[in-house]
Design a protein around this ligand. Structure first.
Ligand code: MLC
Length: 509
């Protein structure tokens, strides 16, 4: 499995750089060899054990991108426990829900979260300890200082492929967010599949600019590189000019990003003089890659982007080929070991090539289920075991798949999923708001931007700015509406359902 493979690299290539971490100031960087990584992870395991962490326990991380995050994440999984990475943008009330729902036993957060987390503790009886780290390495070092790598020597690697090791919360069109449980077997199957399809090599150098609290940055990129024993140059924060400089100067061989990041590279000052022809692999995912960006990227950098398709519940499912045609507008072919079909959304029977239907997937990469939500888990799958993705698409006669929208009410902004009902629930709490509808409008930079259309109560006075700041205090930044339109009524059909398509026509111009 993945963790066994990683441990073997730590033994066979202890001096090779596993991660070079480059902080936000882009000054000094910290180099961690595979041998260092193993020692730090072992000390972290011993620290977690001393804190009572047992297999199956949930340990939550809401930390900025830093080495401590990586050590904790790997150590949690090595102990057979479940890592629960949380977006650093989540405000306190979302955070409280995740900790409570997952019954996390340990929580590592930023120092600045202390004052808001402490009052929550009373309603989190399962939470044994909270550690506040400022991610300056000294604090974390102090925490693991009393432990020696040998203290973890007797701890065996997890052997149960079906044991959950990672839990990613995803929202939905109904109800509260759900924890998608990924097992050691799921991660290993997807990593093996990507290793083969993308030709990961031991001498690859990955430039890593994505957040590590999501599947894309954590599993596809970081695990992908570790699974090959390759080197990761990890930027704490994405910066287009520095990324371009590093891609060329290192030189790097692999880069993975979302369309918003590729757009910023194309728009970066001086980008016109940069060639990325030397790159072995540059991928785009988490959101649809616009055709014009695909073409602009190739014209400017001499590199044809490889677009792929995945989701938190599955990891990666479809990918354009490494060798062969990388087709504009297409997410490519099923990855090794992944079955993908298109069905009629009503009958769930496969449709003919060229016909749009729901994308359904099956394979060892597909998650175990939603944490303590057997009904939602059952509803996510067909009776014969295919995962209903909620995405619409078609298969062309030669096997390439193209996405054609979504059957679910979802906005994707800069690679992050935003479910309108979540934002609408917050708007409903505003005393002046009688009704609201949240829509995604096309946006050159973000793919889509979140827009709210609001009907105020008859005698209530409010402004778009007041509503935006109300949302900002209660939602992660990327979920906060960028625009609010105040109207006297929302268009509804005979059943009373809000006509979002009509709102998009009216307000997305
Ligand atoms: C940041 N902001 C966003 C945003 N990211 N707003 C909308 N959508 C986003 N994605 C807001 C901040 O809250 C802040 O708002 C302002 O924008 C700051 O702007 P910024 O400094 O330019 O943002 P930056 O930090 O540079 O982030 C942009 C980004 C980031 C593109 C680098 O969004 C990013 O890393 N996206 C990647 C997401 C990702 O990894 N998704 C993978 C999901 S896994 P304000 O108002 O406070 O100023 C998955 C499965 C799969 O989907 O298949 O991959």
């Amino acid at each position: 499995m993945f963790l066994d493979k990683l441990q073997a690299y730590c033994r066979t290539q202890p001096d090779k750089t596993a991660i070079e971490f480059v902080g936000e100031g882009f000054g000094e960087s910290e180099v961690v060899s595979y041998g260092d990584l193993e020692r730090q992870v072992q000390r972290t395991m011993a620290m977690l054990r001393a804190n009572g962490v047992q297999p199956g326990d949930r340990v939550a991380l809401q930390l900025p991108k830093c080495l401590a995050f990586v050590y904790l994440h790997l150590a949690i999984m090595r102990l057979g426990a479940i890592c629960l990475p949380l977006n650093t943008g989540y405000p306190m009330r979302e955070l409280a829900y995740f900790l409570e729902d997952a019954e996390a036993s340990l929580f590592f957060a930023e120092g600045s979260a202390r004052s808001s987390v402490m009052p929550l503790l009373a309603r989190l009886p399962a939470l044994r300890s909270c550690y506040f780290l400022d991610c300056d390495e000294n604090r974390f070092d102090k925490l693991i200082e009393p432990f020696k790598p040998e203290d973890a020597a007797g701890i065996a690697l997890p052997a149960d492929r079906n044991a959950t090791c990672l839990m990613i919360y995803t929202s939905g069109t109904t109800g509260r967010p759900k924890g998608a449980e990924l097992t050691h077997g799921n991660l290993t199957a997807n990593l093996d599949s990507l290793h083969e399809a993308w030709g990961w090599q031991n001498d690859d150098v990955l430039l890593h600019v994505l957040p590590i609290f999501h599947v894309h940055g954590l599993v596809v990129a970081l695990h992908g590189a570790l699974n090959a024993g390759a080197t990761t140059i990890m930027f704490e924060k994405f910066d287009p000019a520095r990324a371009l400089d590093r891609l060329v100067r290192q030189p790097c061989s692999v880069f993975m990003a979302v369309p918003t990041i590729h757009r910023r590279l194309v728009d970066a000052p001086g980008a016109g003089s940069v060639s990325l022809r030397h790159m072995r692999l540059i991928t785009s995912g988490s959101d649809r890659l616009p055709d014009d960006l695909f073409q602009q990227f190739e014209e400017m950098f001499g590199y044809r982007l490889l677009e792929r398709y995945g989701m938190s519940e599955t990891g990666m499912n479809l990918s354009n080929p490494l060798h062969g045609e990388r087709r504009v507008g297409s997410v490519g072919l099923p990855l090794p070991g992944v079955a993908v079909r298109i069905v009629d959304p009503e009958t769930e029977q496969p449709v003919a090539d060229g016909t749009v239907g729901e994308v359904q997937v099956r394979g060892a990469n597909v998650f175990k289920g939603y944490w303590r939500q057997p009904e939602k888990t059952a509803a996510a799958f067909t009776p014969d075991g295919w995962l209903r993705t909620g995405d619409l698409g078609l298969r062309e006669a030669d096997g390439y798949f193209t996405l054609k929208g979504r059957s679910k009410d979802l906005i994707i902004s800069g690679g992050y999923n935003v479910y309108p009902p979540e934002v609408e629930l917050v708007l409903a709490e505003h005393p002046a708001v009688a009704a609201s509808a949240v829509i995604g409008c096309p946006d050159t930079e973000w793919g889509e931007r979140v827009v709210a259309v609001v009907v105020p109560h008859a005698d209530a006075a409010t402004t778009p700015a007041a509503i935006i700041s109300f949302c900002r205090a209660r939602l992660a930044g990327y979920k906060t509406p960028r625009q609010v339109h105040i109207v006297s009524a929302l268009p509804r059909n005979a059943m009373g359902k809000i006509q979002k398509a009509q709102l998009r026509d009216e307000f997305c111009g």
